[in-house]
Design a binder for this molecule. Structure first.
Ligand code: GAP
Length: 535
């Protein structure tokens, strides 16, 4: 599938718009249109239902190690700034960026790819941004740099494979991705990804606060509140869906890397001895969630991190990844990370444990000479009254992005096939084969023509369905065109009132994917559609 086709469908049919488009747009921000908002809500509602409200506290389901509980939270986006100090985001949550003095563009250091190339005694590292055709792009750039025509391509000799710019120390021989001359890139500089703002009337250091870059910390700092206000016993999980903000240096690939996005996170608290089993459980359960909702093909994979990639406190992390069409062949993008976080977070918020990657000398001090990177001093341990044991729970964190999941479902659903038009001729049709739970509109009702009492019957069916689901009524234009519009919206069922309805009180129902049509009694439509949607 070509990404341009999906992007165009998203705009044309009202799934996604660039934010502030009439003012030229703003990079990294997106608005969901009338169909998009329903789709994304359905993704979030499926997650909430499957992980929280539909969770059975009394049974050991899905191969879980034991019974467990799940509850939700909805925390403020702006939190006490010390939260971000203790979590490590204030000091460590940064990317390295480089600027180009010629094109005035900014890049993430690790995202610039390039290759050494020689012509005679001239040598350069030509670069490009990761994408579908890096090799072709590099060749074009090398030809231009050495002022060669395409037919003289043999004069170029390539030295080694495509590699990240991070492998290059001296930038004087580097041709920036959008530069015309060598040596226009600056040295990499640290760039913190948190958005800053201020609370109250004074705009000074003391009033500085941050837009949360993840929802997880709200859960950790409320761990004791949840324990004290419920009768929860470990093991249990706390879930949250909400906006997060990261000032990404190079937002791109549609909504994949945005600056404002939504996360769906669970922090699952368990005994240290059983945490490895819970980690495996969540990793497999979360993978299944995507396959059950239609990402069943080869484009989805579960990738265990190599032990060398793990943070010091983690005994395991796995990414659930999807081969988005905007990546090069064989490349995948993260939909969700499932991480074993040990007791790092609760211990840090309690004691202020330093990440070993931080140089303690560089940690800011308060007016008493104490490191500002300090926990709350509150005891965030758990007391198991039955076994008379006190411990800091371990945490398993399945952390998903609602926008990335929505985009993956859209990419997977986008299909072009053949279907008959109004005259019975086979024509290419575009259809979104979304899982019925995710489809923005569940059913559409059409009168075949706008007369003979057909609209009245169709409107009554629409009203009968409306209390149960999002249903759409359309009486404009040729019936084939109305079907096509619903195919593009991903509507699983279309119900048509025709001449026969007036004789025998039956209507046709058309299945979006198989194009099969069958008749049911008008008064059985609600049960029929509900039954099929819940299959
Ligand atoms: N609490 C852990 C955490 O935030 P993360 O891997 O940084 O981990 C989790 O983020 C998920 O949030 C990612 O797997 C992705 O789906 C989503 N996400 C992260 N940054 C994003 C961005 N800039 N745009 C869209 N989604 C993003």
């Amino acid at each position: 599938m070509e990404m341009e086709k999906l992007v165009s469908l998203c705009k044309r049919r009202g799934f996604l718009f660039q934010s502030s488009e009439i003012y030229g747009g703003i990079n990294g921000f997106w608005d969901y249109g009338p169909l998009g908002v329903e789709l994304k809500r359905n993704v979030k509602e499926a997650w909430w239902r499957d992980m929280v409200t539909g969770h059975d506290d009394l049974s050991v389901a899905d191969g879980a190690p034991e019974t467990h509980s799940m509850v939700g939270l909805d925390c403020a986006i702006i939190m006490h700034p010390q939260v971000w100090k203790v979590s490590g985001h204030y000091d460590l949550f940064h990317d390295y960026m480089i600027d180009c003095r010629q094109s005035n563009k900014r890049y993430r250091h690790d995202q610039v790819l390039g290759r050494w190339v020689k012509r005679g005694d001239q040598r350069a590292f030509v670069t490009s941004m990761a994408g579908e055709s890096v090799e072709d792009d590099l060749q074009q750039k090398a030809l231009k740099l050495f002022r060669l025509r395409a037919k003289n391509v043999d004069e170029l000799s390539w030295d080694g494979p495509v590699a990240s710019l991070t492998t290059v120390d001296d930038f004087s021989q580097v041709l920036g991705p959008d530069a015309k001359e060598l040596g226009t890139l600056t040295e990499p500089r640290e760039f913190n990804l948190m958005y800053e703002t201020h609370t109250g009337a004074m705009r000074d250091e003391k009033s500085k606060v941050f837009l949360r870059p993840e929802t997880a910390q709200g859960i950790f700092v409320n761990f004791k509140n949840v324990l004290d206000s419920t009768r929860l016993k470990i093991p249990f999980g706390i879930a949250q869906i909400g906006k997060s903000f990261r000032n990404e240096i190079t937002p791109r690939n549609f909504t994949f890397r945005s600056r404002e996005f939504e996360q769906m996170e669970i922090e699952f608290f368990c005994h240290p001895d059983s945490s490895a089993d819970w980690y495996k459980y969540w990793r497999d359960r979360r993978f299944r969630w995507y396959t059950d909702l239609g990402l069943a093909g080869e484009r989805l994979r579960l990738r265990d991190h190599d032990p060398s990639e793990l943070s010091h406190y983690s005994t395991g992390t796995a990414d659930i990844e999807y081969a988005f069409p905007f990546f090069a062949e064989g490349e995948y993008g993260e939909l969700e990370g499932v991480a074993h976080r040990g007791d790092f977070d609760l211990r840090s918020h309690s004691e202020g444990k330093l990440d070993p990657n931080t140089n303690p000398l560089e940690v800011e001090k308060d007016e008493h000479g104490q490191p500002r990177w300090r926990g709350s001093g509150k005891d965030l341990s758990y007391r198991d009254e039955v076994n008379n044991e006190k411990y800091i729970p371990h945490v398993i964190e399945p952390s998903a992005g609602a926008d990335r999941a929505t985009l993956a479902f859209l990419c997977e659903a986008y299909t072009e096939d053949e279907a008959p038009d109004d005259k019975g001729n086979m024509k290419t049709r575009t259809v979104l084969k979304l899982h019925p739970r995710l489809a923005p509109i569940k059913a559409a009702v059409f009168p075949l023509v706008k007369k003979d009492g057909m609209p009245e019957v169709a409107k009554q069916i629409y009203r009968d369905l409306k209390p149960h689901m999002n249903v759409f009524y359309d009486q404009k234009g040729a019936i084939g065109r109305r079907y096509r519009r619903q195919d593009e919206a991903g509507t699983p069922y279309c119900i048509t009132v025709d001449g026969q309805t007036l004789e025998d009180e039956t209507v046709t129902i058309r299945d979006r994917d198989s194009l099969e049509q069958w008749r049911v009694k008008v008064d059985e439509v609600v049960v029929e559609i509900q039954g099929r949607l819940s299959q």
